[in-house]
Design a protein around this ligand. Sequence first.
Ligand code: HEC
Ligand code: HEC
Length: 350
Amino acid sequence: MRQQFVKLISLVVALLGLSTALVLALGFVFFLSFSGVQLPSLTEGLQANPVEAVEIPVVKALIDPASVWKASDWSVMDKEPNADELNYGKELVANTAEYLGPKGKVKAISNGMNCQNCHLQAGTAPFGNNYSAVAATYPKFRARSGTEEDIQKRINDCFERSLNGKPLAKDSKEMKAMVAYINWVGKEVPKGEVPIGSGLYEVPLLDRAADPIKGKLVYGKQCASCHQADGRGVSKPDGSGYVYPPLWGENSYNHGAGLYRLSRFAGYVKANMPLGATFKQPILSDEESWDLAAYVNSMERPAKDLSKDWPDISKKPIDHPFGPFTDGFTEEQHKFGPFKPIKAAKATPN
Ligand code: HEC
Ligand code: HEC
């Protein structure tokens, strides 16, 4: 009984002592913080040894995504009465080489690239060179040929230029399927309209000429890992097409292709490359996009007879790099820029 009492007392005393010490300590800290003495910060240890600051750039969409065209879901396509034909058309766009490339199982008429290499997600990606405007705007007059073109002619333009190949017969099963599919992609767009997000992004013009030397540096850092330092891309192991398509060399697009114009190339890469970039999350700056276009389009690629193009030479786009021109600017300036003076001269015809 007495022993327990002593235990209790010593416990109380110990507790009292502990709490007094606590109060004193707190009071001291309190006093210090009000007396202006600097207390060591808890995070100071971290600050003294800073982790390398990771710069998180504020990425801004190129255009408000809410205003941009969206493709219908492919599951909707499967319910169409001609779903088989539509699926074949989509497959031909996505895996062109397998059917129509150098080892194509239908016919060998093209260079091993797929339409989808440039018309991303089978021509449905916003600012990924999609087909949203095709059904609504073809047939249409095109100044390049100086004729009214139907969708078949436009598809064959890409076969003969972008795929550096031969045209596909208009009445072939393959042509019919591709036309049906491309019409399906744009089926909800009202006649004559070009939706926002159609085709390619227009990169603002620079005040200077695009610079292939700067472009080469960017290429080494941002592109060579996939498209290779020699621009030839990476073939599939069986040689039936590409894992990473070529950007120049004999299996790339030819001089007559859309991407050979710097504005088209810059617009394509700005919103789509390096792989993973989108118009919502672009990676390259405007200058890098133009300089890359200048570099890649300075390298060797197949030629094409363009003597029949642009029958009215005054209709050549400002970045069409082959003369003759009506405006007195050189081929060099029409290829690399600066484009603003050419544009201004076009706007004020004399
Ligand atoms: C090397 C890149 C590339 C490849 C490969 C390619 N195209 Fe194109 N295509 C383009 C470019 C660039 C344009 C013009 C875009 C512009 O001026 O806005 C274009 C335009 C088109 C258009 C017209 C679009 C419109 O709105 O007027 C159609 C249709 C088309 N391509 C179909 C095809 C088909 C089908 C294939 C495959 C057989 C193909 N393309 C392969 C680059 C390519
Ligand atoms: C991670 C790999 C990767 C990187 C890095 C990359 N690309 Fe691509 N690129 C691709 C793939 C894959 C395609 C084809 C996309 C498809 O078929 O869906 C492509 C397609 C292209 C095309 C159109 C097809 C052609 O061959 O002409 C161009 C032009 C292009 N890339 C340019 C660039 C440029 C310029 C860079 C550097 C800024 C770059 N790419 C970086 C993987 C890459």
